[in-house]
Design a protein around this ligand. Structure first.
Ligand SMILES: C[S@@+](CC[C@H](N)C(=O)[O-])C[C@H]1O[C@@H](n2cnc3c(N)ncnc32)[C@H](O)[C@@H]1O
Length: 156
């Protein structure tokens, strides 16, 4: 089984707001809790989990949502040729930011959570990409006093 638990309630609340009316991709389903929150407001959700046990739990958790496709495999393989999406929740461990940007429509949103607040941008590859890439406009926000997320929009 791969590490990483479910997203926290504050991140799920953020995702509910940002997903409203959008077609959403989630990289890393885990047990389906984030996807369930997103599905409450999104037009559609495709979520991918590479751990078979977790993917099975998520399929059951998400079975009642008509707007969710819960898929098993490596998200970068499974999502090849899919999209573009209005929101991508990048929550799957290793991040191929170029591939993730390709999945986003112009004006589409990108969310990365699980950051430790107060860290320098220099030397942090996630922050360096998301906060400095000229194709994005991004902001880092606190989701709790001990955790932060970055929300970015792909420039049109
Ligand atoms: C932090 S958890 C996801 C939590 C979930 N998004 C939520 O909101 O509850 C990260 C998950 O990503 C999965 N994962 C890691 N790399 C992946 C990949 N390349 N493709 C699909 N899933 C991946 C792990 O197995 C793990 O279950």
């Amino acid at each position: 089984m791969t590490g990483g638990g479910s997203s926290i309630p504050a991140v799920q609340a953020l995702l509910r707001v940002l997903a409203a009316g959008r077609d959403v991709a989630e990289l890393g389903t885990a047990f389906g809790e984030g996807a369930a929150a997103i599905a409450e407001t999104a037009r559609s959700v495709v979520t991918v989990e590479r751990d078979p046990e977790r993917a099975a739990v998520a399929r059951e958790r998400l079975a009642g949502f008509e707007n969710v496709e819960a898929l098993e495999g490596d998200a970068y393989d499974v999502l090849r040729g899919r999209g573009p999406f209005g929101l991508v929740f990048a929550d799957g461990g290793a991040y191929d930011w170029e591939r993730i940007l390709e999945l986003l429509e112009p004006g589409g949103l990108l969310v990365k959570d699980d950051l430790t607040p107060g860290r320098a941008v220099d030397g942090d590859p996630v922050r360096e990409f998301l906060l400095r890439d000229p194709r994005l406009v991004a902001v880092e926000i606190l989701t709790t006093p001990e955790s932060a997320a970055i929300v970015a929009v792909k420039r049109r």
